[in-house]
Design a protein around this ligand. Structure first.
Ligand SMILES: [Zn+2]
Ligand SMILES: [Zn+2]
Length: 181
C-alpha cells in the first residue's frame, strides 16, 4: 500500500482548458489537503453519458464508469469537465464526489459568467473552480455539507451560494479533515 506521502491529488481535465488551472489553485489545494497536486489528462469519452432530453451529462454515470476503468490507489482524482452535469433529482450539479472515495468531478459550465449572460471573468472563474474542487475533494476525504454558508463545504445550489462561500473549510470542517490527513 502507498504511504501517505505518495498519495496525491490529481486534477484530470477532460477537454478542459488547462490554462485556467493557475498556481493559486494548486497551492491552495496543497495547503488544505496536505498533498502534492498534479495534472493528468485521462482519456474519457463523455458522449455515452449525454442525455439528449436534458442536453446535459449524467455525472453519477461518468464517475461510476471512471471508477470502474481506473486502477485503485491512494490518490484522489478530481475530473474537470466543461460539460453541464446533472443528477436525476436536480436540474444541475456543479460537481459530485464519492464520499470517502477516491474520485470526484467538477464542471466549469455554470461557473462561467457567460452562462449567466455576463461578460467573461477569468479571475472569478478561477475562484469558483477552486471552491468547487475543494468542496468535492472534501467529500472524498469524508467531509459532509456544512451549515456555515462561508465554509467551502456549504452546499451550493446557485452560483450566488458559490460566490458567497470561501475557498477554505471552516474550523469545524478543518478539524474533521485533520483527523484523516
Ligand atoms: Zn457537496
Ligand atoms: Zn464547515
Amino acid at each position: 500500500m502507498a504511504s501517505k506521502s505518495e498519495e496525491k491529488i490529481i486534477l484530470g481535465p477532460i477537454a478542459f482548458p488547462k490554462g485556467i488551472l493557475k498556481k493559486h489553485i494548486f497551492e491552495t489545494l496543497e495547503t488544505i489537503f496536505k498533498r502534492s497536486v498534479y495534472i493528468a489528462s485521462p482519456k474519457l469519452d463523455l458522449h455515452p453519458f449525454f442525455d439528449p432530453a436534458r442536453n446535459q451529462y449524467q455525472s453519477t454515470a461518468i464517475l461510476k464508469h471512471f471508477i470502474k476503468t481506473t486502477p485503485k490507489g491512494g490518490s484522489k482524482i478530481c475530473l474537470l469537465v466543461e460539460e453541464d452535469l446533472f443528477i436525476p433529482v436536480l436540474t444541475f450539479v456543479f460537481g459530485e464526489a464519492h464520499m470517502h472515495g477516491q474520485f470526484a468531478i467538477v464542471s466549469s459550465h455554470r461557473l462561467k459568467e457567460q452562462y449567466y449572460m455576463r461578460e467573461e471573468d477569468l479571475e472569478l472563474l478561477e475562484q469558483r473552480l477552486l471552491k468547487e474542487i475543494v468542496h468535492e475533494l472534501g467529500h472524498t476525504f469524508g467531509l459532509v455539507h456544512c451549515i456555515d454558508n462561508r465554509c467551502v463545504m456549504h452546499n451550493s445550489y446557485s452560483i450566488e451560494d458559490t460566490d458567497h462561500k470561501g475557498s477554505y473549510p471552516c474550523e469545524v470542517c478543518f478539524a474533521e479533515l485533520d483527523k484523516v490527513l
